[in-house]
Design a protein around this ligand. Structure first.
Ligand SMILES: *Cc1c(COP(=O)(O)O)cnc(C)c1O
Length: 394
């Protein structure tokens, strides 16, 4: 006979408390369900579990009510049907590779891709028997000329998050569809707000939730979003094998920031566009690479396909300035911090030597590129800060 709870030893009663959560309590916030073990009412329930069923709880690594809700909200936001969460944006990229390609397959990657994606591709080519080739991001329908019988996956990034070329997404996805090749886009720049990938023939959208979705520069997380269920399951299987999970605490931080994301994005967009237009008038600047401005390759595709731009853009300095001078320019900014990532409240600046990062084409500029992330500070103060730093350039 089962021992009545009141007769158990203290240590057992500490582990098995008899209290109950307050019934009938509701709030706007999503409860944080921390869990490694998921407990089953009986073994028949456990044995009937099907990993394909997103609504079943198996183990905390795979999903909790908190993480599942975030995934569902992200899929809805971007116009997809399914989403999986990974512990970083780069882990989402890795999940796409390991879910879809194997030794002998060929992958096409835009030459301006987020550089850890490039490093990941090179690693797979070097150690895992894949073929990885880079294409000019402005290639458009001519990507047909690069397709091989073993081409399985085409990456896109719209725009490239450092050099800002906006690809003709529909031209590339049309070729991919005609050849039964899966397309995955790194859609982090637009946060899934300003560009709707599933309306342009893309199969998988990757988001670094670390950026605008978190909004606080304090969470690392990523997502893969899909419209097709079979594709979702391929990614889900790889995610399970790789042991990629997220903490419900981190999910709750992203859930807290999500309702303000569009308003933040629009404010970043207003300030960034105003500063980009002003920089265009400065004699120190050779080119402003902001997709909403005509200097930017693919500006026409931006106008056709995008509804906004957010806070991230780049400029190319005149070739007369040395890399060391541009380093000093970045370091003498007071309101712009030097650091990776973006999407939070604080402005950032970072110099890049692009020529050394390209293999599929020639980078057309001589001067150093500086990427700006325009935060939520007052735009006039940010402009004054850049102005004083430009003045120090001499
Ligand atoms: C930041 C970023 C990622 C990776 O996100 P992490 O969470 O930092 O790994 C991927 N793609 C782009 C375009 C990014 O900016």
């Amino acid at each position: 006979m089962t021992q009545p709870p009141s007769k158990r030893h203290l240590q057992t009663r500490i582990v098995h408390p008899e209290d109950q959560l307050t019934p009938g309590f509701e709030s706007f916030s999503v409860p944080v369900t921390r869990a490694s073990t998921v407990v089953f009412p009986d073994l028949a329930t456990m044995r009937a579990l099907d990993w394909r069923n997103d609504a079943q709880w198996r183990y905390g690594l795979h999903a909790t009510p908190t993480s599942l809700l975030l995934a569902q909200r992200l899929a809805a936001l971007e116009g997809g049907q399914h989403a999986l969460l990974q512990p970083s944006g780069l882990a989402s990229i890795s999940n796409v590779y390991f879910g879809l390609v194997k030794a002998g397959d060929d992958v096409l990657i835009p030459d301006n891709v987020y550089s850890p994606n490039r490093d990941h591709g090179d690693w797979l080519a070097q150690d895992f028997g894949l073929s990885v080739r880079y294409y000019d991001p402005m290639i458009g329908a001519d990507i047909a000329g690069l397709i091989q019988p073993n081409t399985r996956l085409i990456w896109l990034e719209a725009p490239g998050s450092v050099t800002m070329e906006v690809p003709d997404v529909e031209a590339i996805t049309a070729v991919a569809r005609a050849h039964n090749i899966i397309t995955a886009i790194d859609n982090t720049w637009s946060a899934g707000l300003a560009f709707r990938p599933f309306e342009h023939g893309v199969d998988i959208s990757v988001q670094a939730l670390t950026k605008y979705q978190s909004g606080g520069s304090d969470v690392l997380m990523g997502a893969t979003i899909t419209a097709d269920h079979a594709l979702h399951l391929k990614l889900k299987m790889a995610r399970m094998h790789m042991g990629l999970g997220v903490s419900s605490d981190d999910c709750s931080l992203v859930l807290r920031s999500l309702p303000s994301m569009k308003l933040r994005f629009e404010q970043h967009d207003r300030s960034a566009l105003a500063i980009a237009k002003w920089l265009k008038t400065r004699p120190e600047i050779a080119a402003v690479l902001h997709p909403a401005l005509p200097d930017c390759p693919g500006h026409a595709f931006f106008k056709r396909d995008f509804t906004g731009a957010g806070g991230l853009f780049s400029v190319v300095f005149e070739g007369r300035y040395s890399a060391a001078q541009i380093d000093r320019f970045c370091e003498s900014l007071a309101l712009f911090a030097l650091g990776w990532s973006w999407g939070g409240a604080d402005s950032l600046a970072m110099p890049y030597d692009i020529a050394g990062m390209r293999t599929a084409g020639q980078w057309p500029h001589r001067g150093t590129l500086v990427r700006f992330y325009i935060g939520l500070e007052d735009e006039a103060d940010l402009r004054a800060d850049i102005e004083q730093s430009l003045a120090a350039l001499g």
